[in-house]
Each structure stands twice: as structure tokens, then as C-alpha cells.
Design a binder for this molecule. Structure first.
Ligand SMILES: *Cc1c(COP(=O)(O)O)cnc(C)c1O
Length: 369
């Protein structure tokens, strides 16, 4: 008796290692590959994913908030851990205690780090985030020089790197990416560790790799532009690492013209066999997949009928013989000869694979294989 959930995420560590090695080979050994493990490694489990990447040779990791960095370091991860979203001043000690690299974009945070460094008789290395066109976090390019010279006056702090971020590198012909990179190259001094490329950058704009790249989605086996990324891939394919499965809770035959689930948004056209599944939007199966999504049972596709509930949904198995309680159901991954990918689900949801992976991975029990 384990009380295990019906719903299970399975993570394939060898796929994560494969993706790391493939991408490191693509960018060349001279470029550092920072693994973005924010959002619990896009739903894959931050520590487990970081261990898999470490095994494949990774020694640079990126998180959003400082607490994630503390957790990663406390779990025994070696190498550099970059904190990308800044920090509140009362947390400044954590950078020193857990050996984390701050990515900064305000003078106040630089001053707080400087004061703490002096107190500890240490020098802390920081990376500065500049906004070359993402219009998100970061200093505007025109104030960078002033910022850098103010930083030089602060004791105990050393600017080691310069970072920016591409908004359109997943569009392989985006002129904006090249224009933005041109601006980025013109900024800061020569001695800095530069990084701006994300997955789209390294796959579609390899000339933008600089000294380091920050990779998220590609490490998890997906192309930032979804299915067209796979279609245009000429080399070895990335391998998705996540599968999501459940099992049939009940099978029932209902007559034609009955409404299914809340609001009766689906009415059966003929006598139908429905399988009830113990998975709903609380498990990351977005309500947007109501009457749109599909799952695999006995290696065949079954459509979601009616609205997805909080922890239940119904699928049509009229055309699949012999479906029984307990039969395995694949929501993401392969069964028989068919596969449902995060890109396909994202298409039904009008979203991107990133969101599907986070929703599934971060709302269910996970196990690694
Ligand atoms: C998430 C993130 C990345 C990785 O983006 P992908 O498209 O998943 O490769 C890179 N840099 C920053 C700052 C990020 O927040």
C-alpha cells in the first residue's frame, strides 16, 4: 500500500543527458552551457534535472528566485548557480552563504551586495542584465556605461558578466534578433562573460552564442518554435524527457443525446462508451483542453468529451475495444505506435510546450527512470 496517485509523471534522465550533450556539441566546447532549471526545471524536478545535467558535464545553472538557488546548492549541486530575478535586500547574505551568482539590474542591489561583501571581507562577482529589446528585466543600454562606472566605485563587488535576452530567437528569420545582438555586442568591456542566447539563439542564431548560452526548453527535448523546429531539424533530434500517464477509473456506456460533464458542452451523437479518468485541471490538464484534447488508450487516440473537471475528465472510447478499469492512459508521451507531444497539446491549448511541461510536471507525482 503506497497511496500513490493514479497520475504519474515519468522523467527520462538519459534523455536529459542526451540533450545536454547534443547541445554542447552544437555550440562547441569553448562555450559554457548554462542549464536553466527555473520553474522546477520546467516541471522536470530541479534537483533531479540538475543532477542529470551535471552527470553530462554541466557546471552552470540558472534559477529565477534566490530560494531556488539555496535549494539547489543545499541539495549538493556544484558549479555556478545564477539567480536571474534579483532579490530583496534582507536576503543578500544568502548569495555569500550559498555561493550564488547575482544577476543585477539596479544600483540598490549592487550596493547591498557591496556592503555585505565588505563586511565579510569577500569579493562577489555579479552579472549585469541589460535590456536590448526584450522590454522586460534589465537596464536600458543608454544607462549601462554610467551604471558600470558607479559599480567600479563600489568595494567588494566585481562585474564579471553581461547578459541580455532575445524575445524573438525562436523565429529563425527574425531580423530583430540580429539587430538586438548587434547592440549587445557594442556594450560593456572586453573582459566580460557575455550571454544572451536562449534555446532559439543557439539553434537558429548560432553566431550569438558568445561565451555562454542559457538553455531551457531544448534541454527538456523541445524546440522553441514547436513542431516546425522538428520539421526543419537536419541533425540529431532532441528527445523529450517527460511522460504523463494515468489509468481508467470507470467505463460506461451511455445512449445518444446525453450531455457529458458540467454544462453539457458535449452531447453524444450515438450510443457511446466513455472512460472516466482521474485527471483534471488541478493536475495541470488545462480546462482549455475540454472537447479538444486527446489521450492514448490501447495505443489509440481517445478524444476528451465535455468539460474537464477539477480532478476528472471523460474520453470517448467507443472505437477502442475492451477498455477496462485500470487500463493505462497516456496523456503525454508514447503508447503503441502513437505519440502525443507537448507541442501537440500546446496546439490544442493555444499555448507553447513550456506551459504544458510546467503544468503537468509541477502538479503531479514524479518519478525518474
Ligand atoms: C527561461 C530563460 C532562458 C531559457 O529560455 P529557453 O527558451 O527555454 O531556452 C534563458 N534566459 C533567461 C533569462 C530565462 O529566463
Amino acid at each position: 500500500m503506497t497511496g500513490e496517485s493514479f497520475n504519474q509523471i515519468t522523467l527520462n534522465r538519459s534523455a536529459l543527458r542526451h540533450n545536454y550533450r547534443l547541445l554542447q556539441k552544437r555550440i562547441g566546447a569553448d562555450v559554457r552551457l548554462l542549464a536553466m532549471v527555473k520553474a522546477d526545471a520546467y516541471g522536470h524536478g530541479m534537483v533531479a534535472a540538475a543532477i542529470a545535467f551535471s552527470e553530462a558535464g554541466c557546471s552552470d545553472f540558472g534559477v529565477g528566485e534566490i530560494g531556488e538557488g539555496v535549494h539547489l546548492r543545499s541539495s549538493g549541486i556544484q558549479g555556478s548557480i545564477f539567480v536571474f530575478l534579483g532579490f530583496v535586500q534582507s536576503d543578500v547574505e544568502l548569495f555569500f552563504e550559498y555561493d550564488l551568482v547575482p544577476v543585477i539590474y539596479t544600483l540598490e542591489s549592487a550596493k547591498a551586495l557591496s556592503t555585505e561583501a565588505v563586511k565579510r571581507d569577500k569579493i562577489i562577482a555579479v552579472h549585469v542584465k541589460v535590456d536590448c529589446g526584450m522590454t522586460r528585466l534589465g537596464l536600458m543600454p543608454d544607462v549601462l556605461d554610467e551604471f558600470v562606472s558607479e559599480l567600479e566605485y563600489l568595494p567588494g563587488i566585481k562585474m564579471e558578466g553581461l547578459a541580455s535576452h532575445f524575445p524573438k530567437a525562436d523565429e529563425r528569420k527574425s531580423l530583430h534578433t540580429l539587430e538586438q545582438f548587434h547592440v549587445f555586442k557594442s556594450l560593456g568591456g572586453n573582459a566580460l562573460t557575455r550571454h544572451t542566447a536562449n534555446s532559439g539563439g543557439i539553434l537558429y542564431f548560432p553566431d550569438t552564442c558568445c561565451d555562454m548560452v542559457r538553455v531551457g526548453i531544448a534541454l527538456y527535448g523541445y524546440y522553441p518554435d514547436g513542431l516546425s523546429g522538428i520539421q526543419f531539424e537536419t541533425g540529431e533530434l532532441l528527445q523529450p524527457a517527460m511522460e504523463f500517464s494515468t489509468q481508467v477509473l470507470q467505463v460506461k456506456t451511455v445512449p445518444a443525446n446525453v450531455g457529458v460533464s458540467y454544462g453539457h458542452t458535449y452531447i453524444t451523437k450515438t450510443e457511446s462508451r466513455l472512460a472516466v479518468l482521474p485527471v483534471g485541471y488541478e493536475d495541470g490538464l488545462s480546462r482549455r483542453l475540454s472537447n479538444r484534447g486527446e489521450v492514448l488508450i490501447h495505443g489509440k487516440r481517445a478524444k476528451i468529451r465535455g468539460r474537464i473537471c477539477m480532478n476528472l475528465c471523460m474520453v470517448d472510447v467507443t472505437h477502442i475495444k475492451g477498455v477496462q478499469v485500470g487500463d493505462p492512459v497516456t496523456l503525454l508521451g508514447s503508447q503503441g505506435n502513437d505519440t502525443i507531444s507537448g507541442d501537440e497539446i500546446a496546439g490544442w491549448m493555444d499555448s507553447i510546450s513550456y506551459e504544458v511541461l510546467c503544468l503537468f510536471g509541477n502538479n503531479n507525482e514524479r518519478k525518474c527512470i
